[in-house]
Design a binder for this molecule. Structure first.
Ligand code: HMG
Ligand code: MG
Length: 303
């Protein structure tokens, strides 16, 4: 059972990339500031992708230099142009992203899996030479199922995860992009992946489309995985993955870990305030169950 748990807050990136309207940079910054004040230490703040593909995150150049001090921030990088933009701004934690489904990688970054790995090998060499103490995550999306190809053989996911480690990423994040997985599948995938790479190099990125994410976290924890992604209030989704729901809500993850005796150092009340403020801007309510329960107890539950 993993005990030193890391939470990577992906709301500002995974959450806001999927909103129909663009959120002003100042509002993103106050959201991130509130997340930092709640005690979140690792925050995926934005992406350096093509603004034609994801206009919602087209303000990375304005956002990054204004990020509040404290947390470790990372950003998604798809190609050499994205890396150059990030390095110019002093970004020292990057996340590269591919998948175990050819169709999804094609739709998401217009490359094949092999092309993406070849591009990433060059990006990693460049990044390591410019930022010797930098940190690199590699995502494997559609780790369980693809919205276009259906069920994915866990051996394919393990194979891509191993190739990412071989080319030099520090951590592999296995993405349940459309939120289909159940614990038995998490156990099977974790077993196969840990035959290829050490368990302390694995993170899980669960979308909670079908309400299975917390059960999946428990399963992964029991198998020694200690890093989980989540987003405040359950924001999240992927514009290139039809059917992707929000990420596991950070409130639900924090509640579950704390109540299980696994300290997070995250202040649940402040986190809820951060979520409520951003959801108010978005004009809807957070989906975090622990938060809804709290609001309902205090008589302020949104209808
Ligand atoms: P492309 O169209 O093949 O790229 O897109 P291109 O090289 O032909 O360039 C097209 C135009 O984009 C050019 O501009 C480039 O300069 C520009 P033009 O000459 O037409 O004016 N361009 C860029 N501009 C700024 N920054 C860049 C950049 N690259 C090209 N980095 C590309 C290829 C990879 C760029 C595109 O497919 C892309 O940006 N994809 C991003 C997709 C994305 O962000 N998806 C969501 C994140 S992944 C996710 O959510 C899953 C995850 O959460 C895990 C999980 O849930 O499983 C991580
Ligand atoms: Mg995601």
């Amino acid at each position: 059972m993993a005990r030193n748990i890391r939470i990577v807050e992906v709301g500002p990136r995974d959450g806001l990339q999927n909103e129909k309207s663009s959120i002003p940079t100042a509002i993103k910054l106050s959201f991130i500031d509130a997340l930092a004040s709640a005690g979140l230490r690792e925050i995926e703040a934005t992406s350096f992708v093509s603004p034609k593909w994801v206009p919602q995150l087209g303000d990375a150049e304005q956002l990054w230099p204004a990020l509040p001090p404290g947390p470790l921030y990372s950003a998604l990088i798809p190609n050499a142009k994205g890396l150059a933009r990030a390095i110019d701004l002093g970004v020292d934690r990057i996340a590269l992203f591919t998948a175990s489904s050819e169709t999804f990688v094609q739709r998401n970054i217009n490359m094949s899996i092999e092309q993406s790995l070849a591009v990433f090998a060059d990006l990693i060499a460049e990044f390591r030479s410019r930022k010797p103490s930098g940190w690199i995550r590699g995502y494997v999306s559609t780790a369980f199922e693809c919205p276009y190809e259906g069920w994915i053989d866990p051996r394919n996911t393990a194979n891509v995860a191993k190739k990412l480690v071989d080319i030099g990423v520090d951590e592999v994040a296995l993405g349940d992009t459309i939120g289909v997985a159940v614990p038995a599948e998490v156990a099977a995938l974790t077993k196969i992946v840990t035959e290829a790479i050490p368990v302390d190099r694995i993170a899980y990125h669960f979308h909670d489309t079908r309400g299975t994410a917390i059960a999946n976290v428990l399963q992964a924890l029991e198998l020694g995985v200690g890093c989980f992604d989540s987003s405040a209030g359950g924001l999240g989704g992927c514009p290139f993955a039809p059917g992707a729901g929000g990420n596991l809500a950070t409130e639900d993850l924090v509640y579950f870990l704390e109540r299980s005796g696994l300290p997070t150092k995250v202040d649940l009340y402040r986190l809820s305030q951060a979520s409520l403020a951003i959801f108010e801007v978005l004009g809807r309510s957070p989906s975090a169950k622990s938060q809804l329960a709290q609001l309902s107890l205090s008589g302020t539950c949104p209808t």
